[in-house]
Unconditional design. Structure first.
Length: 325
């Protein structure tokens, strides 16, 4: 827990720097919380001037009506800075990936930008991958027409990069969805996202993962955490590491620490998501405890979840932006 609390301290310090510098440019403080968490969980040293420089570069390189002209650019600047050695150069590659997804049938907007980000670190990227991702998305939509929407773009793109038969993967996702619902988890988009995350696990059986999720849900509830459907994806993330009461107690400790901070106390739901991400990222450091393949999977999942939170937080900005030309 000492390492985790050290990350909480770093998270708080980065947020304070951002708040002081950007208080007149950002209308929703949750976006700054997201930026701070990206640096901490990716273990990337934060340089405020460098971050602002990248953000300004993005703003100056896109069209007048682009979503990236608005404050959402800060979260994408953080994603580029924490994952790329040359963010400015990678930004143009990122725009090419975005356009390729649009050409394949994805709608313009925040979720397609996030989907493009999941492709950016793929060294084995092929030109037909955007079309493959759209095929996965359509298969997902065929299973749950009313649940599947633009917010599922990032997961469809992430799943399309997996090896193996995609029809079997969709069948696996649906298996998780059905078994979790039969076990008391409520139907909806959160359960679908949870199923997407669990389907990326190759080291445990479906029944074992479902049982882990049930145990985690019950343990968190017993620990005094009011469980909501929006936390389903976080339960899925925790199932990749462990499912014991000690892990839940650690999540609660970090969550309460964040809730006690004056800057964060009004965002208790987001604080729980952040607590899980901070804790999971700490587990990745212990490479001797888990296989390298599992570490990579968890890191990918964290990035996908961070991306989803970015989209949720940025809804107001997207609505204000209006276009994506």
């Amino acid at each position: 827990m000492e390492d985790v609390m050290s990350k909480v301290k770093e998270y708080r310090e980065i947020y304070s720097q951002l708040k002081k510098r950007l208080r007149w440019k950002v209308s929703d403080s949750r976006s700054l919380m997201m930026v701070a968490s990206l640096y901490v969980t990716n273990e990337r040293a934060f340089d405020l001037d460098r971050f602002v420089e990248i953000s300004d570069y993005i703003k100056n390189e896109v069209g007048a009506f682009s979503t990236l002209k608005h404050e959402i650019r800060f979260t994408f600047a953080a994603m580029l800075d924490t994952r790329c050695e040359t963010p400015e150069a990678k930004f143009h590659e990122f725009l090419v990936l975005y356009d390729s997804l649009v050409e394949a049938g994805f709608s313009r907007g925040t979720f397609t930008y996030i989907a493009a980000m999941t492709l950016l670190s793929n060294d084995d990227y092929s030109t037909d991958l955007p079309y493959h991702a759209m095929k996965v998305y359509k298969e997902m939509r065929a299973q749950h027409f009313f649940l599947t929407g633009h917010s599922d773009y990032p997961f469809a793109t992430l799943l399309a990069q997996r090896e193996g038969d995609q029809s079997e993967l969709i069948y696996k996702i649906e298996g998780f969805y059905t078994k979790l619902n039969d076990s008391g988890f409520r139907k909806g988009n959160d359960l679908q996202s949870m199923s997407h995350i669990l389907s990326l696990h190759d080291e445990a059986s479906q029944d074992e993962l479902v049982n882990r999720c049930i145990h985690l849900f019950d343990t968190m509830k017993q620990a005094g955490i009011k469980m909501k459907a929006m936390f389903y994806p976080q339960i899925a993330l925790l199932s990749f590491v462990n499912a014991d009461s000690n892990l839940v107690n650690q999540v609660k400790d970090v969550w309460e620490e964040l809730n006690s901070e004056k800057h964060f106390k009004w965002h208790k739901d987001l604080n729980l998501m952040m607590a899980v991400n901070l804790l999971i990222s700490d587990k990745i450091e212990n490479s001797t405890v888990m296989q390298a393949s599992l570490s990579t999977a968890i890191e990918t999942l964290i990035q996908a979840q961070q991306a989803t939170m970015i989209a949720t937080i940025s809804t107001v900005s997207v609505t204000t932006a209006g276009g994506d030309s």
